[in-house]
Design a protein around this ligand. Structure first.
Ligand code: NAD
Ligand code: TYD
Length: 361
């Protein structure tokens, strides 16, 4: 049961991106929660990610930039949502290293603009509608910086120490959300999650890039020694956690969400290669692992992230359902079954990015 949110609509920003589209699908198709999807449709936002929702009742899409105050104001007044779930962001660390401007513009200024409009809208509500309104901000474990091999995992009280333009911009947005709660009593919730993977992830991030390159016989570029550690969270587990926080989370609190699946990048890539070898063997019988290519490291590359998820488990009863073994199999199978989607998102602009990012590395 989703209690009070069953009847009301949720405005989702960034719902044409990877996690946002999975979240919208969960709300509309599985939970009967009406969604207003607001997305600028940058290179990472793709209406193909939500095609199956287009004709569903309770689903609306509006193309808008979260920096566009008047547009967001109109949408809020027209649709009167009872919650905002804010995914919209520039999300790729490597792009933030080559061009941080958009990250500052969307992640910091855009979140500020959205908070301003959401606060003004909330101020005009009254009674139950005002009491039940929530603003849930989706953030990342990267705001906490980098761990040494034996350090304890990040908890909600770990000090912020962002190391990339991406994580610094997300940290700034988290602080703004915190301040709007503290100063204006605006009803916020913040979630910080680890690396997601699953269907509809744009093939610039590690897992879908390795699957897409492996399938087309291209090299698999592993940065540095491949021993950086990430905690992998299957996207639908993440979306379920967000709904739990929205329904039952305590106002003003932050919740860490992780997959309990810490792995080195090399282990991740080798697992993908083994899965591809089984499900789509190469014509010459060699393993996909023969495509692994160690390349120059990412500047400032964080060594390890890990999440302590005791708070969300103990308070809200959420824990991940997928192991990495089950999640990666589902993911590889999805990419095998959806080659047209991969084809459609790997456009000319994508090829330009691949050249800029990997040529001569
Ligand atoms: P994504 O890059 O796939 O999608 C981002 C979406 O936001 C796109 O649809 C894009 O068009 C939209 N967008 C960008 N700028 C916008 C703007 N100015 N106005 C309106 N829409 C805009 O990202 P994702 O991987 O789905 O990540 C979603 C959120 O989760 C982000 O806030 C990200 O920081 C956070 N997060 C992601 C991960 C991960 O592993 N993917 C991990 C931790 C946190
Ligand atoms: P990524 O998917 O970009 O997520 P994040 O940087 O937010 O953790 O990268 C995951 C890990 O994989 C990270 O340690 C960098 C590494 N990586 C590679 O080794 N090769 C690649 O081509 C990419 C994109 C990432």
């Amino acid at each position: 049961m989703l209690g009070r949110y069953m009847q009301h609509s949720v405005l989702v920003t960034g719902g044409a991106g990877f996690i946002g589209s999975n979240f919208v699908r969960l709300c509309v198709l599985e939970r009967g929660i009406p969604v207003i999807n607001v997305d600028k449709l940058t290179y990472a936002g793709n209406l193909g990610n939500v095609r199956d929702l287009e004709q569903k009742s309770g689903y609306s899409f509006l193309q808008a930039d979260i920096n566009d105050g008047p547009a967001i104001r109109d949408i809020l007044r027209k649709f009167q949502p009872s919650a905002i779930v804010h995914f919209a962001a520039e999300s790729h660390v490597d792009r933030s290293i080559l061009g941080p401007d958009e990250f500052i513009q969307t992640n910091i200024h855009g979140t500020f603009q959205l908070l301003e409009e959401a606060k003004a809208y909330w101020n005009e509500l009254s009674g139950t509608a005002k009491a039940q309104f929530r603003f849930l901000h989706v953030s990342t474990d990267e705001v906490f910086g980098s761990l040494k091999p034996d350090d304890p995992a990040f908890s909600e009280s770990t000090p912020y120490a962002p190391n990339s333009p991406y994580s610094a911009s997300k940290a700034a947005s988290d602080h703004l959300v915190r301040a709007y709660h503290h100063t204006y009593a605006f009803p916020t919730l913040t979630t910080n999650c680890s690396n997601n993977y699953g269907p509809y992830q744009f093939p610039e991030k590690l897992i879908p890039l390795m699957i897409a390159n492996g399938l087309s016989g291209k090299k698999l570029p592993v940065y540095g020694d491949g021993l950086n550690v990430r905690d992998w969270l299957y996207v639908t587990d993440h979306c379920e956690a967000i709904l739990q926080v929205l329904q039952k989370g305590r106002i003003g609190e932050t919740y860490n969400i992780g997959g309990c699946a810490e792995m080195t990048n090399l282990d991740v890539v080798n697992t993908i290669c083994r899965t591809l070898d089984e499900l789509r063997p190469r014509p010459d019988g060699t393993s996909h692992a023969s495509l692994i290519n160690f390349v120059k490291d990412r500047p400032g590359h964080d060594r390890r992230y890990a999440m302590d998820i005791r708070k969300i488990r103990n308070e809200l009863g959420w824990s991940p359902k997928e192991s990495f073994a089950t999640g990666i199999r589902k993911t590889v199978s999805w990419y095998l079954d959806n080659s047209e989607w991969v084809e459609s998102v790997t456009s000319g602009a994508y090829r330009d990015w691949m050249r800029t990012q990997y040529a001569g590395r």
